[in-house]
Design a protein around this ligand. Structure first.
Ligand code: BGC
Length: 767
């Protein structure tokens, strides 16, 4: 059930939206769900193929450029187009925009790893033909994108001709009216090589500034009675033509291998050819089999089952599948805000990774989470350099948005000023350690990242009247910028500082040699550790006595409240209709801020403060950012606001499938996809990971029959099943483990099921 996303509108109204929804990827290579045969001139479509982290640099133009503003911005590139295949039935070119579409259905198979399109088409001359397109981006050979097309005549025996193109003349998409999309700089790649050699089409492009190169080496094959083959190259593309005898069904397959200089060095074309040679005897069906195997393995741990709501079931599976398709699995890449499904936010990595997406991988596929952490470590030097530019003598300030490390944010109040990203990264290292107990990482990368980020807080904050205060930063809420003592930032910095001390002391006790090595490398002085401790212990956390809430920052409650009830619907998102200063002058939130801090670090405040704060901020939150609903949903679960928890979950789980924000065309909202999982596992499941271990507090929305998910924790695999009358924990792999269940200790025994009934009785059974 619900393994397939199906789109069957024949009117082709939602081309752009469906291109994002039906995009394919494997973390390295991503392709939008475009039509192989193309469109009409005026059709609105974004034809896109992307390689994670493959980018160019563009100049940022400022009216007034002040000190420390980044001069350039990185931008992921739309690379060589290997999607195109024109199909002729006799002399008529197949197009969904001409003739008559008698049947049409597209789908994405999330259990089998491919997308397909079924069409029955009547040409303007009345020839009827069935066409079946299948495509996949391989999870096992990351360079491969394959297309398979079967054409079957219904009422004719005309020849069928396939014209397959590999085109290096490509540009990025621009929309001058939307700040979330780039403006200008659309053409960034030059074609440097075009050849047809050894039966392969070869196209190579180079980015204008970074000189990064990409190649596409393509092999094709037909299955037909008889055919005539020809190839033809222009300055920028290679074309292959197969004219096949008519009367019978014919099949055409295209295997594109994408290589780039980041991963494959300079021998791009040679590597592409080698991949094709290795795949020479591989058929499309073999690739499909490998996809299935890979996905069986993935879903055996990652699947979440919702019994009783097919739409939400589709929403969570779609989210998990898209997360898998988007997440970088090599040292060069992370996971961008839109994954590999579109050009929104220019392929940049944000805090979205650490706070919204990494937790999903951490609890299900920890090796992927580790790779994300190591990617951050690989840009630590950039973060240190950025801190110097920002006037800090020590420490690391991670870029608000980047691909390979340099800050790419042009609007500093909602960009660089979000210093919290450094604490967010520290937080995710700590979570990773608590879940995996990976000592190796703790002693090396984690210790260094924690020390360098702790130093940043000492640089940016100061002690006053016995309190450690942090001025002029922006918290997660981008409608309230450059403030003093943002609660979220301060409490996350406190955690960062306290853990830096903890890790330092731990190394002092356990591994003095390693500590000395790190001290030498980072030139750490003893007094710094005392400073961290003092700052953590005295961190100022704003609290309003009258409202009994954590104030979002020093001045938030003194501002006028925005009247959300009387703001016309068409004025949302506010950022597209009001000058930033207007927004900054009001109590109005783009997204969860203090409420998010209460989720991440719930033990810092009493439940009353958490509840009062939730009630207060919820009324002022627009959820104009897709990162918001899930947080309010998770905290609604904690506070027992069951209806709210459920309705926020619904907004999150189908945000893209139902195009709730209206901009899914620019790419999927990956953080919200992570948020969908968090809403279930941390929301309905109540999962928290703290120093004292794993805790859960599951409950089930009343219109569901059951909920099931699995978690990896310290070499164990735990299955959680929640039903209306009972909760079942199964320790599938690993040693006995004591967890906290609704506030009480519970021993899970290896290979056994623990059943807790609604009336409190408990049973244990072998599995
Ligand atoms: C949100 C940020 C987020 C970014 C990328 C913005 O709209 O306000 O919190 O990091 O989108 O997803």
């Amino acid at each position: 059930m619900a393994w397939k996303v199906i789109k069957s509108e024949k009117d082709l109204k939602n081309l752009l939206l469906n291109e994002s929804l039906l995009s394919l990827g494997n973390g390295y290579l991503g392709v939008r769900g475009n039509f192989e045969e193309g469109y009409t001139e005026d059709a609105k479509t974004i034809r896109g193929t992307y390689l994670n982290a493959f980018h160019d640099e563009t100049e940022i133009k400022y009216g007034e450029r002040l000190h420390g503003f980044p001069l350039t911005q990185q931008k992921v590139l739309n690379v060589i187009d290997g999607q195109s295949v024109d199909i002729y039935i006799g002399d008529e070119r197949f197009s969904l925009f001409e003739g008559e579409v008698l049947e049409f259905e597209r789908s994405l198979h999330m259990d089998r790893g491919f997308a397909e399109r079924f069409i029955r088409w009547r040409s303007p001359e009345g020839l009827e033909t069935k066409l079946h397109f299948r495509r996949l981006v391989s999870f096992t050979v990351k360079e491969l994108f394959a297309i398979n097309i079967r054409v079957e005549p219904v009422n004719h025996s005309e020849p069928v001709t396939f014209v397959s193109t590999v085109d290096g003349d490509v540009s990025n998409y621009v929309d001058v009216n939307d700040p979330r999309l780039a403006s200008g700089h659309s053409k960034r790649l030059n074609v440097t090589d075009v050849r047809h050699e050894h039966g392969l089409s070869i196209v190579r492009d180079m980015a204008m500034i970074t000189n990064l190169e990409v190649a596409c080496v393509t092999a094709t094959a037909v299955e037909a009675g008889a055919y005539i083959f020809a190839s033809h190259s222009t300055d920028t593309s290679v074309q292959e033509t197969y004219e096949c005898e008519g009367g019978e069904a014919v099949t055409f397959t295209k295997f594109n291998a994408y290589t780039d200089t980041l991963r494959h060095g300079n021998a791009l074309v040679e590597t592409g050819i080698a991949i094709q040679n290795l795949q020479r005897d591989t058929k499309f069906n073999d690739l499909l089999r490998a996809q299935r195997e890979y996905l069986d393995h993935f879903w055996s741990v990652s699947d979440v089952e919702i019994d009783g709501d097919a739409e939400l079931q589709e929403g969570i599976r779609f989210s998990l599948y898209q997360l898998l398709q988007s997440v970088g699995k090599d040292p060069f890449s992370n996971i961008s805000a839109k994954g590999l499904s579109g050009e929104g936010y220019e392929g940049h990595y944000f805090w979205d990774t650490e706070i919204y997406m990494l937790p999903v991988f951490l609890m299900t596929q920890p090796a992927i989470a580790k790779n994300l952490l190591l990617h951050r470590y690989s840009i630590l030097e950039n973060a240190k350099m950025r801190a110097r530019v920002m006037g800090h003598e020590k420490g690391a300030l991670f870029p608000w948005r980047t691909i390979t490390g340099p800050e790419s944010s042009a609007y500093f109040p909602a960009g660089t000023a979000q210093y919290h990203i450094s604490a967010d990264i520290a937080y995710s290292y700590i979570q990773y350690y608590l879940v995996t107990k990976d000592e190796e990482l703790l002693r090396n990368e984690m210790a260094e990242v924690l020390f360098e980020t702790a130093r940043l807080w000492i640089e940016v904050g100061h002690m006053q009247d016995g309190q450690f205060r942090i001025d002029s930063v922006t918290g997660p809420d981008e409608y309230t910028c450059i403030v003093n003592n943002n609660y979220y930032t301060n409490v996350m910095a406190k955690h960062n500082l306290a853990w830096a001390v903890k890790v330092y002391r731990y190394l002092e006790r356990e591994d003095d040699k390693q500590l000395r090595k790190l001290e030498k490398k980072t030139r750490l002085e003893k007094h710094e550790v005392t400073d961290w401790q003092e700052a953590a212990e005295n961190m100022f956390l704003p609290y309003d006595e009258k409202l009994k809430i954590n104030e979002q920052d020093d001045s938030f409650l003194r501002k006028k409240r925005w009247d959300l009830g009387n703001t016309p619907k068409e004025k949302f998102p506010l950022l597209l209709h009001y000058h930033p200063l207007t927004l900054y002058r009001y109590q109005v939130l783009k997204q969860a801020d203090t409420v998010l801090a209460h989720f991440l670090l719930e033990d810092e405040e009493s439940i009353e403060t958490i509840r009062n704060s939730y009630d207060y901020y919820e009324e002022l939150t627009t959820h104009d950012s897709s990162l918001s609903y899930c947080v309010y949903g998770i905290m609604a679960s904690k506070l027992g606001y069951k209806d709210k928890a459920y309705s926020y979950f619904k907004e999150t789980a189908r945000l893209d499938l139902d195009n709730i924000h209206g901009n899914t065309k620019d790419g999927l909202h990956m953080a919200s996809m992570g948020g969908t999982w968090l809403s279930i596992v941390s929301g309905f499941g109540g999962l928290r990971v703290k120093e004292d271990g794993l805790s859960l507090a599951p409950w089930l929305p009343e219109n569901w029959n059951g909920l099931g998910f699995r978690l990896r924790f310290q070499d164990r695999l735990i299955k959680v099943r929640v039903e209306q009358n009972r909760i079942i924990y199964t320790l599938i792999e690993g040693k006995d483990l004591t967890i906290t269940h609704h506030g009480r200790e519970l021993l899970l025994e290896s290979g056994r099921e623990t059943v807790i009934h609604r009336n409190g009785s408990m049973q244990k059974a072998l599995i």
